[in-house]
Design a binder for this molecule. Structure first.
Ligand SMILES: Nc1ncnc2c1ncn2[C@@H]1O[C@H](COP(=O)(O)OP(=O)(O)O)[C@@H](O)[C@H]1O
Ligand SMILES: CC(C)(COP(=O)(O)O)[C@@H](O)C(=O)NCCC(=O)O
Ligand SMILES: [K+]
Length: 259
């Protein structure tokens, strides 16, 4: 069975793929100090609690935080007796090479999203991933990643307001009833919510105009459902695009004739 690991700047997601479906998905805060032994204790207790019977024999890692990769590799070597594929490393091939200035500097999560979304929807896509940062990944008609946009993440923006201004509290993201807030929290929520809705709409419309073709917009990442259900921003919302891409990249590297 395959262990697929998607490490973002905030959270690291582990999924177990049995060849046809995901048996389980678990999330832990990203912390570069976490050791391989700590990961294993956490993983094995979740497996026991949920009675997930999985003999892991293979692994693939995508990490936007280079420092965590060492301990994740040790986890795979020591406890699952396997050498993980690491997206972005030269020995991990992609179905279609990115066409950008420096392919090696693209966040591996963005390359994986491209592969996952192209498999489901074909070409000419914008994948909007609401993570620590909000990223827009542009997928060409042949499935190549051809660039995109990086904007500050929703929670990061809220946190920045709180950190920089003495009178602004910590608030959670939520959709306000009105644009005009009548108290501090409502004003902040309005700025973030409607600011973000505008940001997503404007960036997608400019990408479509620049590329002069119709494009589908796919929303993914922690906050996509929150935004996508109340405001029409996406043609589709899929929270498993990254995991799907990881499974495809693993298959492409181990059984290319099936990929
Ligand atoms: N349903 C939700 N409501 C509010 N915040 C959320 C929700 N889901 C995820 N988040 C937050 O969104 C941010 C991005 O999460 P995540 O997609 O895990 O980021 P990354 O991939 O960069 O680690 C985090 O701050 C996380 O706590
Ligand atoms: C833009 C990102 C920080 C997003 O990471 P995330 O929000 O998933 O933690 C990550 O994809 C990254 O570090 N990218 C490197 C620069 C680039 O993609 O061009
Ligand atoms: K992201």
């Amino acid at each position: 069975m395959l262990l697929a690991i998607d490490c973002g700047n905030t959270n690291t997601v582990f999924s177990i793929w049995d060849g046809t479906r995901f048996l389980a998905t678990w999330r832990i805060a990203t912390d570069h100090k976490r050791t391989a032994d700590e990961y294993f204790v956490w993983l094995s207790s979740l497996m026991a609690i949920t009675r997930t019977e999985a003999a892991i024999t293979e692994a693939i890692i995508s990490s936007t935080v280079p420092r965590v990769v060492f301990n994740l590799r040790v986890l795979c070597n020591r406890y699952f007796d396997c050498r993980p594929l690491v997206v972005g490393r030269p020995d991990c091939a992609l179905p279609v090479a990115p066409r950008v200035d420096q392919g090696a500097t693209v966040g591996p999560d963005r390359l994986v999203n491209t592969v996952g979304a192209f498999d489901r929807h074909g070409g000419n896509l914008i994948v909007v991933d609401f993570g620590t940062a909000t990223t827009f990944d542009v997928v060409d008609d042949d499935g190549a990643y051809v660039g995109g946009v990086i904007a500050p993440g929703v929670n990061l923006s809220l946190e920045a307001l709180h950190m920089a201004a003495a009178a602004l509290p910590h608030v959670d993201v939520s959709r306000p009833q009105r644009v005009v807030g009548t108290n501090t929290v409502a004003c902040m929520q309005s700025g973030i919510w409607f600011g973000y809705v505008g940001l997503v709409k404007e960036i997608c419309s400019r990408i479509k105009a620049e590329r002069d073709r119709p494009m589908k917009v796919i929303g993914t990442g922690g906050l996509a459902p929150l935004f996508g259900t109340t405001d029409v921003l996406f043609d589709s919302i899929e929270d498993d695009i990254t995991m799907h891409g990881l499974v495809l990249i693993h298959r492409f590297n181990t059984a290319p004739e099936d990929a």
